[in-house]
Design a protein around this ligand. Structure first.
Ligand code: COA
Length: 214
């Protein structure tokens, strides 16, 4: 992965607008200056209309004005060093694939939270896993993040797989902890990764099982 920082961090090790290059996928900071804004606004509106995203990660981007306000809010997060929100773009044609967002929960304590969504036609090919892994590594390398959390509804197994593949260890179940897009407070699994945790193994690598086990 290669990176290019748009500006040097000052004396505070927080998020600084950066493009992360994963080869076939580019993670580009969300904001008003993003390339092809009309295509991005269409993508945000499509994401808001997707049943899985509207259930597990509802977006206030149903209309063009809302999507524009969402983009501006992401810019504000970068400007304040409060959040790092990346569009995942197809490196070949710039199409929007998904999004990964990191935000401080307690900046002084180095505690952050990460979330993601991927458009339906880009799912199942590792976009969320690779993007989340890259943003996690970048955050640990360039900020004073100490611990990053993922919380997902217990029923959201795809998100659980992403957390697992990215080295976020399961820490337990939070009861009725978050109201999701269906208006119901679901239990959530809490996962977290510490800066001192080892890099997760490549999920595409073959798994060695002792003989006689599945
Ligand atoms: C969760 C989400 C981001 C995954 O994106 P993705 O790019 O398809 O993820 P990846 O391809 O990196 O990995 C998906 C993993 O989930 C698994 N998966 C996909 N659908 C699944 C399902 N219905 N049940 C169980 N596992 C599922 C895949 O098999 C894969 O795991 P594996 O590699 O062990 O086989 C995407 O499904 C999504 O946008 N969902 C709606 C929004 C959301 O849930 N966001 C997270 C909120 S916490």
């Amino acid at each position: 992965m290669s990176t290019s920082a748009a500006q040097a961090p000052a004396d505070r090790p927080t998020f600084v607008r950066t493009t992360l290059d994963l080869g076939d996928v580019l993670l580009h900071p969300w904001g008003r200056a993003i390339a092809r804004p009309d295509v991005m606004l269409d993508g945000l509106m499509a994401a808001a209309a997707d049943p899985l995203i509207s259930l597990w990660n509802p977006l206030a981007t149903a209309g063009r004005e809302d999507a524009l306000a969402w983009l501006e809010a992401r810019d504000g997060g970068w400007d304040r060093g409060a959040g790092a929100s990346f569009a995942a773009l197809d490196a070949a044609d710039g199409a929007l694939l998904g999004s990964v967002s990191l935000r401080w929960v307690d900046r002084e304590d180095g505690l952050a939270m990460i979330g993601y969504w991927v458009l339906p036609n880009a799912r199942g090919r590792g976009v969320a896993t690779r993007a989340t892994k890259a943003v996690t590594g970048w955050a640990f390398a360039t900020t004073d993040a100490r611990r990053i959390e993922i919380a997902h509804a217990v029923g959201n197994e795809a998100s659980c797989r992403v957390a697992h593949h990215c080295g976020y260890l399961p820490e337990g179940t939070l009861r009725a902890s978050h109201r999701f897009g269906d208006g119901v407070h679901h239990d959530e699994h809490l996962h977290a990764r510490l800066a001192t945790d080892p890099e997760p193994a490549d999920p595409t690598a073959p798994t060695a099982h002792p003989s006689g086990t599945a």
